[in-house]
Design a protein around this ligand. Structure first.
Ligand code: ADP
Ligand code: MG
Length: 567
């Protein structure tokens, strides 16, 4: 888009040789103008520096949230909706960053969230620190490409080293695997609002993930929130559960429990007005009107009868189920629920089998689902429809209880992080010690390697080694510890070969975090390092920004609605 604008400006408004002509006096220099008036362009070294500074500002926003003693952020959106969070990706998403280079950091936080689910704050802090350490090199005039090569090399060395030293507990040992998973979950939740209940929740999260099948699909774990009760009242249902939907009179007469019911999943409206609404009908007299009404009843009854005859006991529909239908089902000891949210209906389908039907013409056993037990149950102030013992897919639902809405939302995000980590750890079971231990070890390794390399790369790799220390340093700063003191201790311990020494958050000291069970999947660290390094290289390689004032106004470009907001 930019290049076309540049050329349009050039053709229509300016000549290449500018506005000045060389006169006999020779006083006026020919001016070369390529860009339309008002376009801002900045380039060169100062551009890279200014991008680095912008990124630093973003990093400063999330810096204090890192680690078990990190603070939370309360963010208020334009509409006044408040969100309290400790999750890097959530904060970054809500920040509404407009600086084009700083947006890269938002992107890496998002991608870390999507890829591994945890380590979102770490990735942003790391990228910021890499940039900060590279800034002096840029200022001194080292060419960006050389810096980039150095950063890439350091990352590659670090990733290789993580793979070498990561610990792989035995996977075939059920008990050991479970312990490993619980510890990873506990570490992920240790830095969140719910860290007081992390033992309770880490068991629950591991149970939930264990219920899934081999592929561990994330969408088969449903998370529901019911206000009220204590956090410890949160419960895990081994099956599908969703809130009871709106219902008509007659519903209370329906049975609320079945064993081995057949389940019909519909995308059909079972209401009287449905047929009339779809067409315009012109009537001459009362008899004709009566016929229309009768026809409607016949159509509806026909559908209901087919459902009844199919033997289905539970009828769920995405669309409304009206009062007539509700009464009809109640008379025949059937259960129905209309307006079931689509994702719940789909999850029920995956778990219980059958298909979501748009017609009742062919109701056979092949399209009906089933489960061992269905029940409608009171949980807190809400009633829940619960399906357990589902034959087709393994699924489960976590029903979060708690006070404030924001609190439950943050709990949901924290559980999401933990679930992602447990999934990752189960698939790929290598772990490293957290709390800055792995970063310190990497830092030492890179420093050692850098000494064997001649040339500028030596400086660059040791700068990256220095940058890695930001994680333990920030953990200390956030906990109110003397970070210089602790870092000195850590450097000494690592130099002596104590590989897993990290920050001991409880005792303001250093400790072997492998023994203390502060474990993190090695994948989280590898991904964070690679993403941070990619972002660094990207920002270092941009030496010119051209901003056309016009492109911020008017309608957003086609195909990318809302991609650019005027500010
Ligand atoms: P992120 O979004 O990057 O996961 P967190 O706020 O969750 O950010 O903080 C994660 C950091 O806190 C990791 O470096 C992890 O090793 C560290 N950490 C977590 N639990 C502990 C603990 N009990 N002791 C020391 N460090 C911990
Ligand atoms: Mg975390």
């Amino acid at each position: 888009m930019n290049s076309s604008t540049i050329f349009r400006g050039f053709h229509h408004q300016y000549s290449l040789f500018g506005t000045g002509t060389i006169t006999a006096k020779g006083a006026m220099q020919p001016q070369i103008i390529l860009l339309k008036e008002g376009t801002e362009a900045s380039q060169g070294r100062s551009q890279i520096i200014s991008n680095i500074n912008a990124c630093q500002a973003i990093v400063d926003c999330v810096r204090t949230t890192l680690g078990p003693r990190g603070m939370d952020k309360l963010m208020v959106e334009a509409q006044g909706k408040a969100t309290i969070s400790n999750d890097g990706a959530t904060i970054m998403k809500l920040l509404d960053v407009v600086h084009p280079a700083a947006k890269t950091l938002v992107d890496i936080a998002k991608s870390q969230d999507a890829e591994v689910g945890d380590g979102t704050t770490s990735v942003v802090i790391l990228a910021g620190e890499f940039l900060k350490q590279m800034k002096p090199f840029v200022e001194e005039g080292v060419h960006s490409q050389i810096i980039i090569r150095g950063v890439r090399k350091a990352t590659q060395l670090a990733v290789q080293f993580i793979n070498e030293i990561a610990v792989k507990p035995k996977k075939d040992d059920e008990v050991e695997l479970r312990q490993l998973l619980e510890k990873c979950a506990a570490t992920a939740m240790g830095s969140k609002l719910i860290n007081q209940q992390k033992d309770f929740f880490s068991k629950m999260v591991v149970d939930a993930v264990m219920m899934l099948d081999e592929l561990l699909p994330l969408n088969m774990i449903g998370i529901k929130k019911v206000p009220g009760g204590a956090l410890e009242d949160t419960l895990l249902v081994a099956g599908v559960a969703f809130k009871k939907t709106f219902s008509y009179a007659g519903f209370e007469m329906q049975p609320k429990q079945y064993t081995d019911p057949k389940i019909a999943l519909l995308n059909i409206e079972l209401e009287l007005k449905a047929e009339r609404d779809n067409a315009e009908v012109r009537l001459e007299n009362v008899e004709e009107y009566q016929k229309v009404v009768d026809a409607e009843w016949t159509i509806l009854y026909d559908k209901l009868e087919k459902l009844h005859l199919s033997g289905a006991k539970v009828v769920l529909s995405k669309l409304p189920i009206g009062d007539v239908a509700t009464q009809y089902f109640a008379d025949r000891d059937m259960f129905c629920a209309g307006r079931v949210p689509e994702e719940d209906l789909k999850r029920t389908m995956k778990a219980c089998g059958g298909s979501i039907l748009t017609t009742v013409a062919d109701l056979g056993d092949s399209v009906l689902g089933t489960c061992q037990h269905f029940e409608e149950k009171q949980i807190g102030g809400d009633r829940f429809n619960i399906f357990t013992g589902c034959p087709q897919a393994k699924t489960c639902t976590i029903i979060i209880r708690g006070g404030a809405e924001q609190f439950m939302e943050e709990t949901e995000r924290s559980l999401h992080d933990a679930i992602m980590i447990v999934r990752r750890a189960k698939k790929n079971d290598a772990v490293v010690a957290g709390g800055g231990a792995i970063e310190m070890e990497l830092s030492k390794h890179l420093r050692d390697v850098s000494r064997t390399i001649a040339g500028k790369e030596q400086m660059l790799i040791s700068a990256i080694a220095r940058a890695l220390e930001i994680i333990p340093r920030q953990l200390c700063d956030n906990a109110g510890f003397d970070s210089t003191n602790i870092l000195n201790k850590l450097r000494q311990k690592h130099a002596q070969g104590n590989r897993w020494m990290g920050v001991d958050i409880l005792n303001e000291d250093v400790a072997d975090n492998m023994e203390k069970c502060v474990w993190e999947p090695s994948l989280v660290k590898i991904n964070a390092l690679s993403a941070a390094s990619e972002a660094t290289c990207l920002i270092l390689s941009v030496d010119e920004t051209i901003k056309n004032p016009k492109s911020g106004e008017g309608p957003a470009p086609q195909g990318r609605p809302g991609a650019r907001r005027p500010f």
